[in-house]
Design a protein around this ligand. Structure first.
Ligand code: AHM
Ligand code: MG
Length: 283
C-alpha cells in the first residue's frame, strides 16, 4: 500500500506541473461516458498509468478515461480505479480540479474498497489519504514532497450545501429538501468540481454534497468506481455518511465499470435529513 501511495504522490507532482505548463484546450476525443476530453485528461491518465506500472502490488487498473481495464502485475493484490483529472472542464477557467483513486481487493464494488485517495490541484496542492483514518498532506513545491498536516474528521453538522445537477431537472421532493436547507440558513458552496466541493465540506467539518438522480439523469452523473466509492470511503472513515438516498453507497455493487449512481455525502445531521426525504420515494 505504501508503494501505491508513493506512486500517487509522484503522479500528482507530475500532473500539477502539467496543469501549470501544458495546453488546456479540448482534445478531439470523448471518454467512455461520452464526455469531451481535454488534452490534460489524456496526459494525466498516461502519467498515472506509468507510475502504477512500476508497482508490483497492483494487479490491474481502470481509468475513467478508458473503456476497459488494463492488466498490470499478475501476482498483485490490488485493483485501482481512478479519475485522472476530475472536473477538467474547469481547467480553462482556472478553478480547482482533482485526481481520485479507489483501491479495491478481489473485485470492483463498494464493499471491497480498502483505501482511497484524492488530490486537489488548487492554489495549493493537497492530498487526502483514507485508510483506517483520513490524513491531509500538502505539497511543498520546493522540496517536491507531500508533508503531513493533520487527520481529518467530520462533525455532527455543518453549514454549507453543494447541490449538483440541473435544477430544472430535479425531482420536486429533492428541490424541496435543498430549498429547506437554504431556508434554514445553509450557505451555497458549489464550484462544479466534486473534488474541491467535497474537500471543502470535509475541511470545514460538515455539510452536504448531493448529485441526485433527476429527470434527465435518473442514475445521476457521478461514476461509482472512479468518483463515488472513493469519496464514500473517505467520508465514512472521517465519521460522515455517504448514501444513494436510501442505502449506504459502500453496500452497492456494479453491473458495468462506468456505472453511475445518485449520491449524497455529508455529516450525520444532513444525511439523516436526506434519508428522511428519500424514505418516501421508490428506488
Ligand atoms: P468529469 O469526471 O467529466 O470531470 O465529471 C465529474 C464532474 C464532478 O466533478 C462534478 O461534481 C460534476 O461533474 C458536475 O457536472 P455537471 O456540471 O455536468 O452537473
Ligand atoms: Mg470525474
Amino acid at each position: 500500500m505504501t508503494d501505491i501511495m508513493n506512486a500517487i504522490k509522484s503522479a500528482a507532482i507530475k500532473i500539477n506541473k502539467a496543469i501549470k505548463t501544458e495546453d488546456t484546450s479540448k482534445a478531439e476525443s470523448e471518454n467512455s461516458s461520452g464526455d469531451v476530453q481535454v488534452k490534460l485528461d489524456i496526459i494525466s491518465d498516461e502519467i498515472i498509468e506509468n507510475e502504477f506500472k512500476k508497482v508490483s502490488a497492483i494487479k490491474e487498473i481502470v481509468s475513467e478515461e478508458k473503456e476497459d481495464v488494463t492488466p498490470m502485475h499478475e501476482n498483485g493484490d490490488y485493483l485501482i480505479a481512478y479519475d485522472p483529472l476530475d472536473g477538467s472542464s474547469l481547467i480553462d477557467v482556472n478553478l480547482s480540479v482533482g485526481s481520485i483513486f479507489g483501491i479495491y481487493k478481489d473485485e470492483y464494488s463498494g464493499p471491497t474498497i480498502v483505501a482511497a485517495a484524492y488530490v486537489v490541484y488548487g492554489p495549493r496542492v493537497e492530498l487526502v489519504i483514507a485508510r483506517d483514518v483520513v490524513e491531509l498532506y500538502r505539497l511543498d513545491e520546493e522540496k517536491n514532497e507531500f508533508i503531513f498536516q493533520k487527520e481529518l474528521s467530520l462533525g455532527e453538522k455543518g453549514k454549507i450545501v453543494g447541490p449538483g445537477g440541473t435544477q430544472k431537472e430535479w425531482y420536486s421532493y429533492h428541490k424541496e429538501m435543498i430549498d429547506k436547507f437554504f431556508a434554514d440558513g445553509y450557505r451555497l458552496r458549489y464550484s462544479g468540481g466534486m473534488v474541491p466541493d467535497l474537500h471543502q465540506i470535509l475541511l470545514k467539518g460538515g455539510g452536504l454534497f448531493a448529485y441526485p438522480g433527476a429527470n434527465d439523469k435518473p442514475k445521476g452523473k457521478l461514476r461509482k468506481l472512479f468518483e463515488v466509492f472513493p469519496f464514500a470511503y473517505v467520508y465514512n472513515r472521517a465519521g460522515g455518511l455517504a448514501i444513494d438516498g436510501k442505502d449506504d453507497l459502500l453496500e452497492l455493487g456494479i453491473d458495468h465499470i462506468h456505472d453511475t449512481t445518485p449520491c449524497f455525502f455529508g455529516s450525520d445531521y444532513e444525511i439523516k435529513r436526506v434519508l428522511k426525504t428519500y424514505a418516501k420515494v421508490e428506488k
